[in-house]
Design a protein around this ligand. Sequence first.
Ligand SMILES: [Zn+2]
Length: 496
Amino acid sequence: MEQKLFVYNTLTRKKEEFKPLNPGHVGMYVCGPTVYSDVHLGNCRTFISFDLIFRYLLHLGYKVRYVRNITDAGHLEGDADEGEDKVSKKAKIAQLEPMEIVQKYTVDFHNVMQIFNSLPPSIEPTATGHIIEQIELVKAILAKGYAYEVDGSVYFDVEKYNQTQDYGILNGRNLEDMLNNTRSLGGQNEKHGKLDFALWIKAKPEHLMKWPSPWGLGFPGWHLECSAMSNKYLGQQFDIHGGGIDLMPTHHTNEIAQNVACCGKNPASYWLHTNMLTTNGQKMSKSLGNSFLPHELFLGTHPLLKKGYSPMTVRFFFMQASYRSTVDFSNEAIEAAEIFYKKLSEAAKKLITLQQAAITNVDDDTDKAINGYCDDCYTGMNDNFNSPKTLEALSNLSKWVNSYASSTRNSGEITAQTFERMKKTYNDFFFDVLGLKTEDGDNADTDELMQLVIKLRNEAKQNKDYATSDKIREGLKNIGFQLNDNKQGTTDWVRI
Ligand SMILES: [Zn+2]
């Protein structure tokens, strides 16, 4: 079946048919994490959403080059060139090298992504690995007259750019409106205009990560890396650029300005943005105490959570909403997702061994309905990756699978061809497209066994036999069990 995929493009503010620049090939860039602290759940949702998109494009047969960067330098505390570099600040507090911070949180990020069963991107470039490319880009923008240097820093001249281009093309706002709504921020005495942003920032003597450049020792502005790296790996123009909606007004707006200034082209045909997470209807934020880290959610250790939820339940929970909708966390909502996930997961397990009995009498209505549900799996995803619609179709298929697998089956028979199509569609969407896995149920025996292992490990720790306690912890992790260490010792565990 020839599939027509439609995507919502933030740039045009409408749903459009997806037509890649080179037929059969897709170039996709997604802004990755700044690796200075534990990845928060909102970020996880963004990357899981783009994992779904990546997986569906692969399923449709596209050859996809998916680039997701790691920001390991240049991201200041404020998005408008104010405050300290996030990685450097953390390094100073922890008395570590910035690259130790980067290494720790990059490894942690990869682990979390793997726990959520997200595929790695095709290329994962780092900002510090592309300083030369970024300097070249600054030089090109300077040469085109859209930037200026002040005392070792280089700024992008937004007002000049807007004379011939539309700076607010992505967020749909005009320059005057943006100027009126912008506070005066860092580097303001050097900037010609309030909206100007740094391409290159002069490093103060105490700044930890700095590089020589034609303008002296400094470091790149945060927005620059994505322009430089997308350009390098995907070319001046590619198909999809994605990220969280919070990146759209400033980071992505500035990325487009940089690319147009240097190369005369908006880099991406389709700009896709994921929405935010809320808790009980309120925006998730550290200061409100209503945001949780992935492991708090798995172990149920956050005060707002009644219990822990498996990574696949959380992934499923995200899939129950379109990536463009907000997702609201509540115990009731995620418990409902857990039940729904288990239902679809049980059907996936049954399907592995389900064999069709000899067909005696094909029921046309059932046969037609099953084919319709298989089509619906595609209809959902083709409609801007609408995973809830696809889950509904899988749910309809699962009812038939359960009925057919039970001895008291009350569904009509289907043709061998429909049976095979149903099996393949269910497997393709549950495992490959939605990226779900089945989980083996943990029974009381497993918990008893784990409590025994935890007790032995606690004893090893009390005897200061840390080699053994580490060995137990790592060994368990390798086979999919994570222990929850807290002040009282270790009391709990979770499957990862
Ligand atoms: Zn970016």
